[in-house]
Design a binder for this molecule. Structure first.
Ligand code: PRP
Ligand code: ZN
Length: 300
């Protein structure tokens, strides 16, 4: 009988779009080597029991919900839409957002024809709103106590007003060029989004050592982006002040300097970027020979 921990884990990533490259890159930085299948839709992990499925982004929360995939890289907008839709039909939600990834920033906004008078969101009362995010928009309207008609689209929402199918739209905006190209004006944002990682609930994902391992590496990769390794020489007497000045460092290493009783070398990992201002303050309390290095990998 095969153990749960022998099973290969499946990770869903957007097939082609703004999240694809960054998501795959994160997995590579977690140590994954993969080869792409002939159909280009599955990446087989060569050094870990991990396979990456390249899917339509809208399908990703559903794949985790159904247990087909263990993890999914997807926009918060899509996670939220699926979560609200499940809640509306009283289905228990079986995925959790476990980490925000810091890329793929965009927003869900209302867009109105350039020529329309639009004072504030109260102007939406009675309008026909075209969207591919009916659950999020319905939730927003309910909270704002607005009555409007939802017109559900599965794509190309921006053409709905010119087709006469809707008065306004609610769609994802990144650079804003799509709305502009269709003579729509962005008037109000209802959700800020970025890429997130979703997973099966904790009780289930902790059953598999490789999922835990991958999540730990991912935390390390995300943290490393900002982290720096700093080395400097300083008077022993200034050590308490130096420890306060180093951003997000814990327990620096203190090394004696040959032939110097009063000065030591200090090495520390800073969890935040080290700016020129910090180096200048360190110099003021007596630090010298300061070096700031990027950190490539981290594991705690
Ligand atoms: C969104 C949205 C617009 C475009 C806006 O689609 O539906 O088409 O991005 O971006 P812009 O403000 O930079 O012009 P997306 O690329 O996410 O594709 P999808 O919704 O079809 O998955
Ligand atoms: Zn999509």
């Amino acid at each position: 009988m095969t153990q749960e921990s022998d099973r290969r884990i499946k990770i869903a990533v957007q097939k082609s779009g703004r999240l694809t490259e960054h998501s795959l890159d994160l997995l590579v930085r977690c140590g994954l080597l993969y080869s792409r299948g002939r159909d280009q839709l599955i990446c087989y992990g060569e050094n870990m029991p991990v396979d990456v499925l390249l899917m339509r982004d809208d399908d990703i929360p559903g794949l985790v919900q159904e247990g087909v995939c263990d993890l999914g890289f997807v926009g918060r907008n899509i996670v939220e839409e699926r979560r609200l839709a499940l809640l509306a039909e009283h289905t228990p939600v079986e995925f959790e957002q476990i980490v925000t990834l810091g890329f793929g920033h965009c927003r869900l906004s209302f867009g109105v024809p350039e020529t329309m008078d639009f004072a504030d969101i109260r102007s939406l009362e009675g309008m026909r709103i075209a969207t591919t995010y009916p659950a999020i928009v319905a939730d927003f309207l309910r909270r704002e106590e607005l009555a409007a008609t939802l017109v559900k689209f599965s794509g190309a929402v921006e053409i709905a007003p010119s087709l006469g199918k809707a008065d306004v739209i609610c769609d994802l905006v990144s650079s804003g060029s799509t709305m502009r190209a269709h003579h729509l004006r962005e008037v109000a944002t209802i959700l800020d989004s970025e890429a997130v990682l979703i997973a099966r609930p904790a009780a289930e994902r902790t059953q598999h050592a490789w999922i835990e391992r991958l999540l730990q590496r991912l935390q390390g990769v995300l943290q490393v982006k900002e982290s720096k390794y700093i080395m400097l020489h300083a008077p022993r007497s200034a050590l308490p002040r130096i420890a306060q000045l180093l951003p997000g460092s814990e327990a620096p290493t203190i090394i004696p300097l040959e032939g110097r009783e009063d000065r030591v070398a200090v090495h520390a990992v800073c969890r935040e970027n080290v700016f020129w201002e910090t180096l200048e303050q360190l110099k003021e309390v007596g630090a010298s020979s300061m070096l700031v290095l990027p950190v490539e990998k981290m594991l705690f």
